[in-house]
Design a protein around this ligand. Structure first.
Ligand code: DAH
Length: 339
């Protein structure tokens, strides 16, 4: 019996030592210590042992069992440790590797320019409003003092949906819509897309953007217009910027002007950027024509106002020194990511 036990013990320990996987250790446990295991069967044959030797043999079986269990546990811990070390080695992170580049989206130059213009006017207490891109001829032209057959219609090659409906050729109809609401005073800007049947080239596109401005209140004068737009130009192009108001004609304003700013590239001395003149045209403006006020239900005896219209693309092109408008519409990521 003693020999048999020794043999079982030795075999078990050998097997434990040579096993290289956790499952094998489990098999060994079952084979020796399980219900039908070898050690258990020794216990079962105790009845053949003379009673006086039973405690001794029992003790031996228990010792063997404890030993095997201990070794199994040791081997299991060792294997688990080894497995973990291997996993750690596999998952090691090399912190010296260059990081993956994350590409962050960029705002379109038009968007940046628009946000800048909005920031300036909202800072002066203006509201930002919107109007429809598909507009009545009545609002796009008639109520802006441009009746049918008026020569000014030629300047804006308009897309007609039908006789009465157009794709708006300017954001000025939003002036009419705002005035017609009848809430005075008005201080608003209206950015938006406009459409003209133009060929695409470096300075033209059939669809572009304008920002309209309108102020209506009592005692608004041309001085308010000048002060406001001079401030706008300084905020947009830098504090050194000077403005020049050139007489012009728009049917819906009287008097009307175009505004030039001193070239922010050369400071007004004249360079390639301003074509040698030192000045760059940025917008059209004027005092709202009394007839336009009247047509929108505002009494020109009591109220007066000024309006202006800025080309958004023009601002973006100037601000970022882009020399071809088409770049703004191609959505080439190599171009866009520079902003
Ligand atoms: N609507 C004009 C255009 O598209 C621009 C403009 C000029 C708007 C003078 C105005 C203004 O509000 O007062 O050419």
């Amino acid at each position: 019996m003693r020999d048999q036990l020794e043999k079982i013990k030795e075999e078990a320990l050998n097997q434990i030592e040579s096993s290289d996987a956790l499952e094998k250790l489990n098999d060994i446990r079952v084979a020796y210590l399980g219900k039908k295991g070898q050690l258990t069967s020794v216990l079962k044959s105790m009845k053949d042992v003379p009673p006086e030797e039973r405690p001794k043999v029992g003790q031996m079986v228990n010792d063997a069992r404890a030993l095997i269990e201990g070794k199994l546990e040791e081997a299991r811990t060792a294997l688990a440790k080894k497995a973990r070390e291997e996993q750690m080695k596999k998952e090691v992170i090399d912190v010296t590797l260059p990081a993956k580049r994350n590409h962050v989206g960029h705002s379109h130059p038009n968007t940046i320019a628009l946000e800048e213009v909005e920031r300036i006017f909202v800072g002066m207490g203006y509201e930002v409003v919107e109007g429809p891109e598909v507009e009545y001829d009545l609002y796009n032209f008639e109520k802006l003092n441009i009746p049918k057959n008026h020569p000014a219609r030629d300047e804006q090659d308009t897309f007609y949906i039908n006789e009465n409906i157009v794709l708006r050729s300017q954001t000025s109809p939003v002036q009419v819509r705002t005035m017609e609401q009848g809430k005075l005073p008005i201080r608003m800007i209206a950015p938006g897309r406009v459409f003209r049947s133009d060929e695409v080239d470096a300075t033209h596109s059939p669809s572009f953007h304008q920002i309209e401005g309108l102020v209506i209140d009592k005692n608004i004068t041309f001085a308010d217009l000048k002060g406001t737009l001079a401030e706008f130009a300084k905020e947009l192009f830098g504090p050194e910027t000077k403005v020049k108001f050139r007489p012009h004609h728009f049917p819906f304003t009287e008097p009307s002007a175009e505004v030039d700013v001193t070239c922010f590239k050369c400071g007004g001395r004249g360079c390639r950027f301003c074509k040698g003149s030192g000045w760059i045209e940025i917008l059209g403006c004027g005092m709202v024509h009394p007839h336009v006020l009247e047509m929108s239900g505002i009494d020109p005896e009591e109220y007066s106002g000024f309006a202006f219209g800025v080309g958004l693309e023009r601002i973006a092109l100037l601000k970022y020194e882009i020399d071809d408008m088409r770049l703004l519409y191609e959505n080439d990521i190599r171009f866009l990511k520079q902003f």
